[in-house]
Design a protein. Sequence first.
Length: 194
Amino acid sequence: ISIKSLVKRYPIGNDFFTALKDINLTLNTGEFTGLVGPSGSGKTTLLNVIGGLDSASEGTVNVLHHSLNNTSHNERALLRRKHMGFIFQSYNLLPVYTVYENVELPLILNKVSPLEREKKVNQAIEWVGLSDKRDSRPNTLSGGQCQRTAIARAIVHQPDLVLADEPTANLDAENSHHIMKILTKLNKEISTSF
C-alpha cells in the first residue's frame, strides 16, 4: 500500500466535510498494522479508500500494484474479489447460511471448483477453530464464533491483503484477545500454509 497526500472530502450542502487530510502511508507485504484514533478520526474512511469501496478526492492511492485513482468501479470490485479479504465489526454473515456456506461464498464468486472449495473452506474453518460448528447458523453462535467465521471467510481465498474494521469492537475482552491472537497467527503463517 502506498498512499501520498490523500484527501477525502464529502459534500455537505454547499460545503464539504474533510474526513482525511494529507495522509501519507506505506505498508509492505507481510506487515501487520493497526490504525488507532478516536471515533470519527477517519479510520474507516481510510480502510474504505484502501479497499476501493470509496475513492480519494485528492492524492494517490496504490494498492497491490494497482493505482486506485485510475480504475473503474468494476476493476476495483474485481481487485477486491480476487485479492482482498474484509472483516467487519458487524460480521455481515448471511443468517440463512451455515458457517461452511458463509465461508464458501467468496470462492463461489471467484468460480473455484467444488472440490477445491471444500478443501479451502475446511482449512479456513479449522484455522479459526470452528470445525465443530461448520453446520451451525450464525444465530446459534456466540459473538466470538461469528467473528471467527467472518475471519475464515476473509482468508479462505488466500487474499494478498486483509482489511479489518474494528474486528473486536463487539466482543468481550477474552474473545477480543483470542481474535487478535488468530489474526496475528494468520499473518505470520498464511503465506506458507495456503
